[in-house]
Design a protein around this ligand. Structure first.
Ligand code: UDP
Ligand code: MG
Length: 140
């Protein structure tokens, strides 16, 4: 499998509870390398643009408000099959369905406040990385 990069976000519910290090340890233990990372505070409009694909879903307004409610840590994870591997480490969207030991099983508070975002495909990974990072910020 090829080396890939994927966009990860540690969401406000997790930064608020000081879980960045514990979540990063799960990524690194799974063989994912954090090749770029920064802590930022999104505006609702910036969160809305990021989650534009969900604009018609009933939870969109709440999701944008939540993502702008506190700092997030945006990061680029690199590794063999990084997109699927990160989705595995994250666990299912709803923490009730997440496998034991995943980030969401261990830390998520609800289906909305579920601690992490991860890109779902190569094309979205590319777009999402470009939304947050300039080429010069990706040091490998
Ligand atoms: N979400 C929500 N309610 C739902 C489904 C999703 O609040 O019923 C939120 C949740 O924060 C989720 C995000 O919207 O992580 C994006 O949804 P998606 O289906 O893409 O899940 P993910 O890819 O994050 O697992
Ligand atoms: Mg998704």
């Amino acid at each position: 499998m090829a080396t890939e990069r994927t966009l990860s976000i540690i969401k406000p519910d997790a930064t608020k509870r000081n879980l960045t290090g514990k979540i990063n340890a799960k990524f690194e233990d799974a063989g994912l390398r954090i090749v770029a990372q920064k802590r930022i505070h999104l505006t609702p409009a910036q969160a809305g643009k990021f989650y534009e694909v969900h604009a018609e879903r009933p939870f969109y307004g709440e999701l944008c408000e939540f993502m702008a409610s506190g700092p997030v840590v945006v990061q680029v994870l690199e590794g063999e099959g990084a997109i699927a591997k990160n989705r595995e480490v994250m666990g299912a969207t709803n923490p009730k369905d997440a496998a034991p030991g995943t980030v969401r099983a261990d830390f998520a508070e609800s289906v909305g406040e579920n601690s992490v975002h991860g890109s779902d495909a190569p094309e979205t990974a590319k777009e999402e990385i470009a939304y947050f990072f300039a080429g010069l910020e990706l040091v490998g």
